[in-house]
Design a protein. Structure first.
Length: 256
């Protein structure tokens, strides 16, 4: 034991001598490099740990989010759903993937009710969101166009969505009905409506210095391709279980 202590003392002495010989600048640089490396390693760990695997379903009340949620999980629409009073959330393997159950990772799906009073709940889930599915009623679209565009505008300008570039899928639902509008029509109408909103909202907010994100390119008509995050459009019928494009979006952003 004493022998070992002696050795340690000697090493300490040697080390001190060696350090004293070093020019101080070199010593400081070494320390800074060491600190930076440790910080980066720790940060890397932290971000890896919070890797997002949540898909958030948002959209106006009645657009069909809850039916889609059950289709994704159980492969059936659970007909007779009423307007939701709180978010529906669950971890599951998509119903269509049930044969490969043991080999794939589950997805966390959250259905946030469209009622204006419950919409702020969305913010609780956005920090973990790998993707947002914005469900639009393609059947009853025109009378609600303004309201749909307002909600979508709010989502697209949220700092979380912009900074983390969360991909958004505009899902035109209820395509089982022949009178449903096409996704191209809905995309164009929404772009026009958001363009109008953009002008009116910036006009209102310039007075009281705003940190709100401005959408698109100033002086150009708004188009979803101008967004920093990816915005795409797709079609679905929750009732009929035609949800392949939705499932593709989910698996593109939450790897199985
Ligand atoms: N034709 C048709 N009707 C649908 C479809 N999906 C949903 N619906 C109907 O639309 C209505 C609303 O569906 P929900 O899933 O409850 O709507 P929601 O988006 O969850 O509404 P909130 O919970 O109020 O936000 C129900 O009457 C459904 O039967 C669809 O694909 N086709
Ligand atoms: Mg619902």
């Amino acid at each position: 034991m004493e022998h070992l202590l002696q050795h340690v003392e000697q090493w300490k002495g040697d080390l001190e001598k060696w350090v004293r010989q070093l020019p101080p600048e070199q010593l400081y640089t070494a320390l800074v490099v060491l600190l930076l490396t440790v910080t980066f390693l720790l940060l890397g760990r932290l971000f890896k740990g919070t890797k997002s695997n949540t898909i958030v379903l948002a959209g106006l009340s009645g657009s069909g989010k809850t039916v889609l949620f059950y289709q994704l999980r159980d492969g059936s629409p659970h007909q007779g759903t009423v307007t939701s009073m709180e978010p529906n959330e669950d971890w599951f393997i998509l119903h269509s993937e049930s044969e490969k159950k043991n080999k794939i990772k589950p997805v966390r799906v959250v259905d946030v009710p469209g009622h204006p009073r419950l919409r702020p709940k969305l913010d609780e889930f956005l920090p973990q969101a790998a993707g947002i599915v914005f469900v639009v009623d393609a059947l009853d679209f025109l009378p609600n166009c303004r309201a749909v565009a307002e909600y979508l505008y709010d989502i697209l300008t949220k700092t979380n969505v912009v900074n983390k570039k969360i991909p958004v899928l505009i899902l035109c639902n209820k395509t089982d009905k022949v009178t449903a509008h096409s996704k191209e029509f809905i995309r164009k109408q929404l772009e026009k409506e958001i363009d109008k909103l953009r002008t009116s909202r910036t006009a209102v907010s310039t007075a009281d210095v705003t940190n709100e994100v401005t959408l698109g390119i100033a002086g150009e008509a708004f188009a979803f391709v101008q967004c920093h995050n990816k915005v795409s459009v797709a079609e679905a019928s929750g009732i009929k279980g035609e949800i392949t494009q939705l499932e593709q979006f989910i698996r593109e952003h939450v790897k199985p």
